[in-house]
Design a protein around this ligand. Structure first.
Ligand code: 2BA
Length: 107
């Protein structure tokens, strides 16, 4: 079994959630914030059999869009900014971590 942690843009999270639910995957959604842009995103925790990992990746890929987001290059507005850099950053589709699950129980 694997635990997938998928960080998804809030604008895509509803579509990802619906599609995963329609295919019978059980998810937990955590409201999260990106450390760089300091914008809200959604982290999905999804426990799946190893054989279903690729299917979950397909669903997340299908509904998570890449987008270009303007960023402030003024360090007083964005603490992550130490010097002038490009004023746009490409975000997403999604950032997904796959973790091995040692033990899983519903108690
Ligand atoms: P944020 O940290 O707000 O990052 C938003 C986007 O800003 C990133 O998009 C990336 O394009 C850019 N970015 C992040 N850190 C940067 C830096 N030090 N210098 C220049 N550009 C930077 P994504 O890579 O698609 O990441 C989207 C969100 O996924 C991130 O939001 C963060 O919440 C999460 N994430 C991405 N990589 C991660 C990682 N290795 N560990 C934990 N969370 C991660």
């Amino acid at each position: 079994m694997k635990l997938l942690l998928a960080i998804v843009n809030n604008d895509d999270a509803g579509y990802v959630n619906s599609a995963l639910g329609k295919d019978g995957f059980i998810v937990t959604k955590i409201a999260s914030t990106g450390g760089f842009l300091l914008k809200g995103n959604t982290t999905f925790m999804i426990g799946v059999d190893d054989k279903d990992v690729d299917k979950v990746f397909d669903i997340i890929s299908k509904y998570s869009k890449k987008r270009t987001v303007p960023i402030s290059t003024d360090p007083t507005n964005n603490p992550a900014m130490f010097s002038n850099v490009s004023a746009n950053v490409t975000v997403g589709g999604a950032t997904v971590f796959v973790l091995n699950v040692e033990r899983f129980e519903h108690i």
